[in-house]
Design a protein around this ligand. Sequence first.
Ligand code: AQP
Length: 330
Amino acid sequence: MRILSGIQPTGDKHLGNLIGALRHYATNQHLGEAFYFIADLHALTLLPDPTELRRATLSTSAMVLAAGVDPERATLFVQSHVAPEHAQMAWVLQCVANMGELNRMTQFKDKTEGKKDGGSVGLFTYPVLQAADIVLYDADHVPVGHDQKQHLELSRNLAQRFNNRYGADTLVVPKPLIAEVGGRVRDLQDPAKKMSTSTGSEKGTVWITDEPAAVLKKFRSAVTDTGNEVRYDPEAKPGIANLLELMHVATGTEISDLEAEFGSGGYGHFKTAAGEAMVAYLEPIRERYLELVGDEAELERILKQGAARAREVAGATLERAIAKTGLLLG
Ligand code: AQP
């Protein structure tokens, strides 16, 4: 089994990133050969400040390691360290993709809403680069949050179309790995929305690096639903269901047992308990992160080692795919 997943260096990471993606990186590295990358080419689509992009690439690497990825077991690398392979594969897949299917990508629509210039071309073709990232590593499983389901479906379609045109089994067709619980962590102030770096509310977004007091405060002021019964009902009680899922991840206690414990005790008591559980869950990750982020030389060593392994695998796949297209290999 080959697993691949990427995360953008967009500054601090939130609970959605941790629970929807990062915590699975650590567990999935034991299921097969895992490749995890810091998606700085993707981050460039929003033209971040160059100094900040460099800083965030290292800090996000530290966060992936703090979440439990072992660089001796999994390959951790920065996407731009393998840029020639990713960009070439993306070009080949852009020629296979069509405008209609890219026009349907909801994330592009969300991110360009209200923008007079319609957003960058890179943002539009972002899902094709993502497909290239995946097929280059022959990844059959891609752990992501629910928000990436549509992009994964596109990756599958592009890989299949490439294979139909150029030869069966040239590219591995990937499958998403989405956890049933925690695949969509919601904004604590607006449970109708996902917790998000770019569109979330400050009070409703819990950063992994938040101080314990800030985490507790955000949980205590979480928007809940009408009524006062702590019951898991994502349709009727999305705020409470979100908190129950978060507490389940933080403690390992089954949601039904949490319902039994907190059912009639009132929302206030439950929110405080959920916040305290999250503080305890985040504390070791936060501590490890602070330790790692201060050691740039070690981070650079790990990333260099990862890039060498990534280049080896990506280069071989690219050669195999390009040879089928009729392009003359140099
Ligand atoms: N709310 C979420 N619940 C569960 N999973 C989530 N992910 C993101 N939000 C949630 C998962 O985190 C991984 C990394 O996402 P990314 O590289 O897109 O990182 P980002 O841009 O910093 O995170 P956001 O918040 O997703 O950015 P916006 O909303 O601004 O685009 C992915 O596997 C994703 O599914």
